[in-house]
Structures are given as C-alpha cells and as structure tokens.
Design a binder for this molecule. Structure first.
Ligand code: ADP
Ligand code: ADP
Length: 228
C-alpha cells in the first residue's frame, strides 16, 4: 500500500518539483501515473524507491515510512517493489535465465527455489523457450518481458513501471500493458508511469494526472479531464 500525504520536494537548485502530493494506492490496484515532461513523475518514483527523501510530508510504502527510514532498512523495503524501466537495464552478457535467476541469488535464495521459480516466471511472461538467449538476441518487447520477469521474481507487493513502453512500437506496447494487466489480476499492485495517452485510453483504469508537482485529476476518466 502506498500513501503520500502532503508531499513536497524541493531540489537543491530551488526547483519545487512536488508541491503537496496526496496519493493513496491500495494493494491490488492498477494505476496509471500521467503528466507532461517535468511535472514530477520521476521525482515521485524516486521517493517511492527511497532514492530521494521528501522535503516535507509523509511517504508510506508497503509498511515502511520513508521520510524516516533507516538506511539499513532500505534494501528490505525495496524487495517489496519490482521496478521496470524504459531501457530494460538487463545484464548484456548474462542469458535471459541468468538475468532473472541473478535477482534471486543476490537476496540469498536457495538454488532449489531458484530452479523452481525462474521457469515459472519465464512462462508467465511468455519466454519459456528463450532462457538460453542473450538480451541482444531478443526483440525490444521480449527484453522488456525479461525485465518484467526479473521484477516479479522475488514476489514483490507492487510493480512500478517507469515509461515501460517508451522504446517499443504500438503493438508491442499494447502487449506489454496486457501483460502488466494480467500480472495485476494475479494480485500484484501495478503503477505505470507514462505519457502515452493513446495507450492509457485503451484501458479502463484509474489515472492519476499530475502537473507542476500537483495532482490535477484522479479517477477512471482522469486523463480526459486532465486534457480538458
Ligand atoms: P517528469 O518525470 O514528470 O518529467 P521530474 O520529476 O523529472 O518530472 O522533474 C520535476 C521537476 O524537477 C522539473 O522541473 C525538473 O527539471 C526538476 N528536477 C528533476 N530532477 C532534478 C534534480 N536532480 N535537480 C534539480 N531539479 C530537478
Ligand atoms: P546448476 O545445477 O549447475 O546450478 P542449472 O542446472 O540450474 O545449474 O543451470 C545451469 C545453467 O543452465 C543455468 O545457469 C542457466 O543458464 C541454464 N538453465 C537452467 N535451466 C534453464 C531453463 N529452464 N531455461 C534456460 N536455461 C536454463
């Protein structure tokens, strides 16, 4: 569960990136976070992942109070999140299987668990036959599926996808959104940050629109009222 209460962020440059954000996301929700370039979307993500601390206000992420979290607790908080990026961020000299397995190894999972879980998650994202490929032997859509598998492998409460379709053509983008929708249906909370209105409009989902560091609309028709 995510709860932002009256959150502000002012960078050292003096830029007021967030000007009193209130946002509540329950477990199990699917939410699009939209807004023009510079509106504060990346800043919100960095607050949720504890890369940044808020200037004021309260940031609660899956039980962790991030404005006061201890450094030693941050890795545990991050395990409750799976983050996906526009540029995939795969390890180029590791196979698909190893890219996904690695994320389990680093948290000390047992080899037996890894052998069971990796094939399951690769199948979930439709890559059960691509385990031995290297990332550069895959299409962009497939590479993003690897990144989604890696994000899911340690069973996070929530997936945060930061412009996940920014490098994909419209059909591949739609397929990635369908996959995220399917993952949400299996119980994982999903937040997709995007400025692709056409894609958002193909789904009937909650849309939180921000502009100049403020929430300007929030609802099932959020993006329309934001445009108006
Ligand atoms: P978005 O992701 O919606 O494009 P950002 O959160 O990146 O927006 O940016 C919000 C505002 O904060 C912008 O005015 C941006 O220029 C500013 N900003 C972002 N990162 C920094 C930073 N590290 N230092 C100073 N200003 C920043
Ligand atoms: P070990 O028994 O030596 O720990 P595994 O038998 O789990 O290793 O796997 C050996 C290598 O074979 C892995 O590192 C991985 O690259 C590859 N591999 C294992 N299972 C799969 C699979 N289902 N799909 C693709 N590659 C696999």
């Amino acid at each position: 569960m995510i709860d932002l209460v009256n959150v502000t962020k002012t960078y050292e440059t003096g830029t007021h990136a967030l000007n009193g954000i209130d946002m509540h996301i329950d477990d199990g929700e699917f939410v699009f976070l939209v807004g023009p370039s510079g509106s504060g979307k990346s800043t919100i993500i960095k607050l949720l992942t504890a890369e940044l601390k808020p200037t004021s206000g309260s940031v609660l992420v899956n039980g962790y109070q991030l404005e006061s979290i201890k450094r030693a607790s941050i890795p545990y908080m991050r395990r409750t999140l799976g983050v996906i990026f526009q540029d995939f961020r795969l390890i180029e000299n590791k196979t698909v299987y190893e890219n996904v397995a690695f994320a389990m190894r680093v948290i000390g999972a047992a080899p037996k668990e890894i052998k069971k879980r990796v094939p399951y998650v690769l199948e979930l994202v439709g890559l059960e036959n691509k385990g031995r490929r290297l990332p550069n032997e895959l299409s962009g859509g497939e590479q993003q599926r690897v990144a989604i598998a890696r994000a899911l492998i340690n069973n996070p409460t929530m997936i945060i996808a930061d412009e996940p379709t920014g490098n994909l053509d419209p059909q591949r983008s739609f397929e990635i959104m369908l996959l995220l929708e399917q993952i949400n249906a299996l119980g994982t909370t999903v937040m997709v940050v995007t400025h692709e209105k056409g894609l958002v409009d193909r789904f009937t989902k909650r849309v939180v629109a921000i502009d100049e560091g403020r929430v300007v609309s929030d609802g099932m028709d959020g993006y329309y009222s934001y445009e108006a």
